[in-house]
Design a protein around this ligand. Structure first.
Ligand code: PHE
Length: 344
């Protein structure tokens, strides 16, 4: 009985000293396990006087449940302690500033292209695209510019081989559209896309730039339809006060051909550096689709007619937003690009 008392005190002390759950578990195995001192004590019982056995047995059981309850208590205490330690260690400081995600925005050329597309879709046009690596056939021949014709020199071309090139104008999409639709009428498409020319890059030239071609073919289309359409576009893009004028020009694929000027949106036509003091700004080339172009695509040019125009998207963007160097569009300086985030 004396030994049991000592064991009780010893176990109590050992449990109190446990500072981790794993040490506590070791303690439990040590005192309450099959090979522990209490099991041993039970085995000793047979050596006792039968009269002392019940009291001894009750004592052993009392110590067992005492130790078990001490262990439970300690376990609860240590669980809370370990949880607190983990919480302390794994704490996330939610007061720390986060990183602001760097959001991109729509490129100014895309903005202008979308604005032009919206405007023409509103007029009932559909949008058509074509390949940038184009066949000589669609870029030149079907545009009434045969091999060896001096008009080819107007557009310095990146050739890939004798038959293929990087398209020099979106007129290549126009000739494809004509072929795809013939002999159906009407055609009413806009054809935006990148084009390439062997130009030396400077403030106003880029070897790659963006055009948008417009093409309408139907019965009885006239030059006045072209003028009305382009004036509507000029007003939408540069303000209600804009007017346009036609000047005679030359393109192999249109006849007659015109150069189109818009009254200056900066000075309202009075004269300023932007319009080089003329009051007018040249924005595009246009004309009536040449009968040869219609015939080559499979249309009867005595039964239908059409107009076409090609607008430089960079040029429109530069005028609209006062950008003085075409290279800004392609050098991807985020300080420049970010300016356009407010138009998204
Ligand atoms: N393709 C011409 C150019 O690139 C523009 C144009 C298109 C002119 C359609 C007339 C009609 O300069």
């Amino acid at each position: 009985m004396e030994q049991l008392k000592q064991l009780r005190a010893q176990a109590e002390q050992a449990i109190q000293n446990c500072d981790t759950l794993s040490k506590l578990n070791d303690c439990r195995v040590e005192y309450l396990g099959k090979k522990g001192p209490l099991q041993e004590a039970m085995k000793e019982m047979k050596n006792l006087d039968p009269a002392d056995r019940p009291a001894f047995g009750a004592s052993v059981n009392e110590i067992k449940s005492f130790i078990a309850s001490l262990i439970e208590e300690k376990k609860a205490e240590l669980e809370v302690k370990e949880m607190n330690e983990r919480l302390e260690k794994e704490k996330i400081d939610i007061t720390l500033d986060g990183f602001e995600p760097n959001l991109g925005n729509v490129h100014p050329l895309t903005l202008v292209q979308q604005e032009l597309e919206d405007l023409f879709i509103g007029l009932g046009y559909t949008v058509a695209e074509g390949p940038e690596v184009e066949m000589d056939l669609y870029n030149f021949e079907r545009a009434n510019i045969p091999h060896g014709h001096p008009a080819r020199d107007m557009q310095d071309t990146f050739y890939i081989d004798a038959e293929r090139l990087l398209r020099t104008h979106t007129t290549a999409i126009q000739t494809r559209q004509l072929e795809a639709h013939a002999p159906k009428l009407p055609i009413k498409v806009i054809c935006p896309g990148k084009v390439y020319r062997r130009d030396d890059d400077d403030a106003t030239h880029s070897h790659q730039f963006t055009q948008m071609e417009g093409l309408v073919v139907a019965e009885g289309i006239q030059l006045s339809d072209l003028k009305g359409t382009l004036e509507f576009m000029a007003k939408k893009m540069f303000g209600d006060k804009r007017v346009i004028r036609f000047r005679p020009s030359y393109f192999q694929f249109t006849e007659p051909s015109v150069e189109v000027d818009v009254s200056c949106h900066i000075c309202n036509g009075k004269g300023c550096p932007v319009c080089k003091h003329t009051g007018w700004i040249e924005i595009l080339g246009a004309g009536m689709v040449h009968p040869n172009v219609l015939e080559m695509a499979g249309y009867d040019s005595t039964k239908c007619s059409g107009f076409a125009f090609g607008v430089g998207v960079e040029r429109v963007a530069m005028l609209k937003y006062g950008i003085d160097d075409i290279r800004h569009f392609y050098t991807n300086d985020v300080r420049f690009l970010k300016v356009f985030s407010r138009f998204d």
